[in-house]
Design a protein around this ligand. Structure first.
Ligand code: COI
Length: 361
């Protein structure tokens, strides 16, 4: 039976003035709406206790398995307000499918796509006034997640699991907005290996990226680029985003999905939109040498990183312990053309010819 997420309205919602102040300077992931969605799953009863409830702390037993063994998965998607006030989601079925695939990899129960989408639509409707106006490209970031809530210290898949969905009005992911970022290429740390959890959106992947990310910050970089773990012969992805290169001869290159890279929704959309804009999508192997030599020789003319949170951010250079290679200053016209074309669809400024948008309110 499908879940219905009945609404238990927050008796103390934030005032309209508070929401307006948050919308003026939302940052990323700092403020949360009045409600959240919850559901629990157990081996005996399946999914139940689904509801939209007032946003607030979760009560968790200190023995909850997620706190010990990190059995957890999450997603990220956004709700966009169009000029006529309507609210839309971008390819949410891809998030639903990836959430299910991540859950299977982490031995968590699958939340049926229909229930995932209902929870999102119902929370967005309940907190519709929290979706910022699209004029300044702000949005409501939605964060569905699922974790092992059973109190048990044995190592096995949990028999009780919690699903939760929270929402946060957001602006740009990087504090500097769409300004180009430098990327740290780590040769010491790996994010994932073949057979590991790299293709799943689970908290553990992000936890393991932090030490390299810190190293990147120390070198003035905003993100870290990981290289394949064993042979070290191909570039994979950034701590929280996918990576793309544009070549002089019009190729739109990105590492192929080989089981250790997250299949980004923005990544897939860029490949399709890039082709529409005249570039040739090229998913394959990019060796670290190709990356540096391509930039040095001028073969690679633009580079950018992408994800739901950051959309598309131009890359200005790659730094590593071996040195630094830099893209030409201001070389991101094609990157920005793809970025704008996708944002125009998301914010309803261009016709949705791919059928990507889903209206929720
Ligand atoms: C996203 O782009 O939605 C992400 O999940 C990246 C990061 C904020 C974890």
């Amino acid at each position: 039976m499908s879940l219905t997420f009945s609404l238990q309205r927050n008796a103390n919602p934030r005032t309209d003035a508070d929401v307006a102040a948050i919308h003026a300077a939302p940052g990323f992931g700092q403020y949360f709406t009045d409600h959240m969605a919850l559901a629990t799953w157990s081996v005996e009863g399946g999914w139940r206790d689904d509801a939209i409830v007032p946003y607030g702390p979760l009560q968790l037993d200190p023995a909850a398995a997620v706190l010990h063994y990190a059995q957890e998965v999450f997603e990220g998607l956004k709700a966009y307000r169009h000029a006529d006030g309507s609210i839309w989601l971008f390819r949410p079925e891809m998030n639903a499918a990836r959430f299910a695939a991540s859950a299977e990899r982490l031995c968590l129960p699958v939340l049926p796509e229909e229930d995932f989408l209902t929870s999102i639509a119902d929370l967005v409707k309940a907190d519709a006034r929290w979706v910022p106006s699209g004029e300044t490209e702000k949005s409501l970031y939605l964060r569905p997640f699922m974790f092992a809530s059973e109190s048990f210290l044995g190592v096995r898949p949990a028999r009780t699991v919690t699903y939760c969905l929270i929402a946060s009005p957001v602006g740009a992911y990087f504090p500097q907005g769409v300004a180009p970022v430098d990327i740290w290429v780590t040769d010491e740390y790996s994010r994932a290996g073949i057979g590991g959890t790299g293709a799943a959106k689970c908290g553990g992947n992000y936890a393991s990226s932090l030490i390299a990310q810190e190293e990147g910050y120390e070198h003035g970089c905003s993100q870290v680029l990981f290289i394949e773990a064993s042979a070290k012969d191909r570039v994979e992805e950034l701590g929280g985003m996918n990576v793309f290169l544009i070549t002089k001869d019009g190729r739109l290159r990105t590492p192929a999905l080989m089981g250790s890279i997250l299949a980004g929704v923005t990544r897939d959309s860029i490949l399709r939109m890039g082709e529409r804009l005249g570039l040739r999508p090229d998913e394959g192997r990019i060796t670290p040498d190709e990356l540096t030599e391509g930039i040095t020789s001028g073969e690679v003319v633009e580079a950018f990183c992408c994800g739901t949170a950051a959309v598309i951010s131009p890359i200005s250079g790659f730094k590593s312990r071996q040195g630094e290679v830099r893209l030409a200053d201001g070389a991101h016209d094609q990157t920005l053309a793809i970025r704008n074309a996708i944002l125009d669809v998301q914010y309803g400024r261009a016709e949705d010819t791919f059928g990507w948008m889903h209206r929720v309110a």
